[in-house]
Design a protein around this ligand. Structure first.
Ligand code: FMN
Length: 332
């Protein structure tokens, strides 16, 4: 088992305490979840991808995605879109003035059909000249540091992450994050960490590695192999946000249950009990993934709408478990 190397990182003028970040995840990295990972020790978090058009036209649902908690520390807002003017206006209106926001990240990686069909997200990797215009406009408008998150390219025959990385750096971006899969690969198959190493070799701005980071070993291996300046965890942190805490740490079931309860409380505070209870179902499933006999608990929680009953079930599960002490689930 290896040591996770946590070092401070400078992104443009911004100094961040440690270089282990939480990636943006749609429907997941809201203020409640970000508070959890902040407390665990992530150095930088991102909002989920927020539609620039939605903000520009003052859509209420979109605006809600910008809710920030007082207890968060370093936050990047991730925007997506394909119109340089709209994206730069949104930065001026919503980001420059907001003291709680440290940076703005441009999404050039989302593979979802409804995004791609509008020429947004990873579709921008098919039009690097427009991608460049967007980057230029956002950097010009922004008083905060700007980063870009992208993939390898559209598909295996159109790999252009090196080119896009150079365009980003050449236009004043302060950091890039590479999710080394193609748009075609979506979220499946193995992330190509070698590509992170190659990008790191040609850029001078910080390169953040992302993809398939599910354990302390993975994190350390990525640092070793790619020499990246930082890493951003995604799906791995949903099951195990304790990855941010310390090396080799495996939470007890008691700690996991406590974390679940805390997450409920934060979500309720953010969006109210009724919706929070529904949204927490997927988190409970992630947190309890791999825990012995947890399937029936998860099924029950999926049908309950009463917080007291849910907490009662969680307590009962803990009491009936023989493995209250270290379950060592996350060690590999
Ligand atoms: C449910 C889900 C939602 C995601 N939402 C976003 C998003 O809003 N913005 C973004 O840049 N990437 C998003 N991603 C991609 C992740 O940030 C990350 O790049 C990807 O999952 C690869 O890391 P992993 O293999 O460790 O999960 C999402 C991924 C998943 C699975």
């Amino acid at each position: 088992m290896k040591e996770i190397k946590r070092v401070p990182i400078k992104i443009g003028e911004l100094e961040i305490e440690n270089n282990i970040f939480m990636a943006p995840l749609a429907g997941i990295t809201d203020a409640a979840f970000r508070e959890i990972v902040t407390e665990m020790g992530s150095g930088l978090n991102f909002t989920e991808m927020v539609s620039a058009k939605g903000l520009y036209y003052k859509d209420k649902g979109t605006n809600r995605l910008l809710k920030i908690s007082n207890r968060e520390t370093t936050l990047g807002v991730q925007i997506f879109g394909n119109d340089p003017y709209i994206m730069s206006e949104v930065v001026k209106r919503y980001i420059n003035e907001n003291e709680r926001v440290a940076m703005v990240d441009i999404n050039m990686g989302c593979p979802a059909p409804k995004i791609v069909k509008n020429g947004e997200g990873s579709a921008l990797m098919k039009d690097l000249s427009l991608a460049g215009e967007i980057i230029k406009a956002v950097v010009k408008a922004s008083e905060k540091e700007v980063s870009v998150k992208f993939r390898l390219g559209w598909d295996e025959n159109n790999i252009n992450y090196i080119e896009l990385g150079k365009i980003a750096e050449g236009n004043g971006v302060s950091m890039v994050t590479l999710h080394p899969r193609t748009r075609k690969a979506y979220y499946s198959g193995k992330a190509d960490w070698e590509a992170i190493r190659q990008l790191k070799e040609v850029l001078t701005i910080p390169v953040i590695g992302n993809g398939d980071l599910n354990s302390c070993n993975d994190i350390e291996n990525m640092f070793e192999l790619t020499k990246c300046n930082g890493v951003s965890l995604a799906r791995g942190a949903l099951q195990n946000p304790f990855l941010f805490t310390r090396t080799n740490y495996s939470p007890t079931l008691r700690e996991i249950i406590e974390l679940i309860k805390k997450h409920y409380a934060l979500k309720i505070n953010l969006i109210g009990e009724r919706v929070a209870i529904k949204e927490m179902r997927k988190h409970v499933a992630w947190y309890l993934k791999g825990q012995r006999n947890s399937n029936s608990l998860k099924n029950e929680i999926n049908t309950l709408n009463d917080l007291d009953k849910i907490f009662e079930k969680l307590d009962l599960f803990l009491e009936s478990s023989n493995e209250v002490e270290n379950v060592n689930l996350f060690v590999n």
